[in-house]
Design a protein around this ligand. Structure first.
Ligand SMILES: [Zn+2]
Length: 437
């Protein structure tokens, strides 16, 4: 898959999440600068057969996994991966069983779960989603153009050529699901029992499929092997930390023996599942509670972003989500954008006085000197802020651009977070383009 094709195809969808599991995506690989952030989208492209989980459940691995439950009266598909990966998943799973597709269960309306619905769907197939999926799909369509631009930057593929128009469409999205439920939907098929539960977390339409006979929970994106994206940089509506907690508790109360996330590998055994999920849940609860405490103490969002870190016992890693982004997501999710400072009521940004300040300081050269000292003292982010001010005053100043490139590259080399790396790569690429490299 070349990056141009990837851009075209992947631009059609929205991404939600990605755990860091394979060798390529380990934080160490990211830090060394060897991993291309677009590579994680191709995860699973070399597999030659579906993975057998038990006598009826099979999995095809991808950026998003596709599961198939085989029954005597037709098969049930759980999630359908990205449009680019879905044909391979269909081929591998159909090789296991080519029975009719009774149902497709979409654990939530992100594009790495809905990408293959059209491919799998047959005339009589039920496409099952939680009822909040209707508004969620409309929201994604309403902002499709911006999401395409943000996704191409964050995930490192070329910007798509055929962006949709900039008009504010409020038309409904194409309704992928045809079977909606509110709290729970149960059915039996070929002696297999299916219980679908509303478990909102990353999105308000998130669901869990529970198969009581196997004590198997298909949890979608309710669990990752990293702190989650309670806010994602590509942009999202607020994600409610307390929804994650309640939904994890709901799944744990079922006492699952098999946990099947849509990203990453299954976890087997209730003890292992409890250990992993409780730590994950408690890390989210800790970040939520510390944020709320700080808010009530009148602390500003930036201070809390810097100060709230996971204690060692709850340190589940930040290779995908990042605690500081989640702190801000929770803070602004609860309070919105106004921080209580009168100056911030108005339609003038702090950046609007950069030019004046740079001029007063004696020009961009002086600012570069200070940025160099700041970088040498180890504060890359403050150095970058200084350079952004200089760049605002002199957008084509080669020395300023070169300094920006140096700082972004230093940050990129130090990054062990997939999404941070993606945006730093984007900034590096932009700066190089202006510099004519
Ligand atoms: Zn996902």
């Amino acid at each position: 898959m070349n990056s141009k094709n990837a851009g075209k195809l992947l631009g059609l969808v929205l991404f939600c999440a990605q755990p860091v599991l394979s060798d390529v995506y380990k934080p160490e690989a990211l830090t060394s600068g060897r991993a291309d952030t677009s590579m994680h989208l191709q995860q699973g492209s070399n597999q030659t057969e579906a993975q057998k989980i038990n006598e009826v459940i099979y999995k095809a691995t991808g950026f998003g996994n596709t599961f198939m439950v085989v029954t005597d009266e037709g098969n049930v598909i759980v999630d359908t991966s990205l449009p680019t990966m879905a044909p391979l998943h269909k081929k591998l799973l159909t090789a296991v069983s080519d029975g009719p597709i009774h149902s497709i269960i979409i654990t939530h309306g992100h594009g790495d779960h809905t990408g293959g619905v059209a491919l799998w769907r047959q005339p009589d197939t039920k496409v099952i989603a939680q009822e909040n999926a209707v508004e969620f799909l409309r929201y994604q369509k309403r902002l499709k153009r911006l999401f395409m631009l943000r996704n191409s930057a964050q995930f490192g593929f070329d910007q798509v050529e055929d962006l949709p128009s900039t008009s504010s469409q409020n038309s409904g999205a194409d309704m992928v699901p045809n079977t909606l439920f509110d709290q729970q939907l149960n059915f039996t098929l070929g002696k297999q029992q299916f219980e679908i539960l509303h478990t909102p977390a990353e999105t308000h339409d998130a669901l869990t499929l529970w198969m009581p006979q196997y004590k198997a929970a298909f949890v979608g994106d309710l669990f990752y092997r990293s702190f989650p994206n309670i806010y994602t940089l590509r942009g999202t509506k607020p994600r409610w930390a307390l929804d994650y907690i309640a939904s994890i508790n709901r799944v744990l109360a079922l006492e699952p023996e098999l946990l099947l996330p849509s990203h990453g590998e299954p976890i087997v055994g209730n003890k292992n599942i409890r250990t992993a999920m409780l730590r994950y849940r408690d890390a989210i609860q800790y970040v939520h509670d510390q944020t709320v405490l700080g808010m009530n103490q009148g602390r500003d969002v930036y201070s809390l972003m810097r100060e709230i870190t996971l204690p060692p016992a709850l340190d589940i890693g930040e290779a995908y989500g990042w605690v500081s982004w989640s702190v801000r997501g929770i803070y602004e999710g609860y309070m919105g954008w106004f921080d209580g400072e009168p100056v911030n009521m108005y339609a003038q940004s702090p950046q609007s006085i950069y030019k004046d300040l740079v001029k007063l300081s004696g020009g961009a050269g002086k600012v570069i000197d200070l940025a160099q000292q700041t970088l040498a003292a180890g504060d890359s982010v403050k150095a970058l802020l200084l350079i952004e001010a200089a760049l605002d005053a002199e957008p084509e100043n080669q020395a300023v651009l070169a300094m920006r490139l140096e700082i972004l590259t230093a940050l990129r080399q130090a990054s062990g977070n997939l999404n941070e790396s993606g945006w730093l790569n984007h900034g590096i690429k932009q700066t190089k383009q202006i510099l004519g490299d």
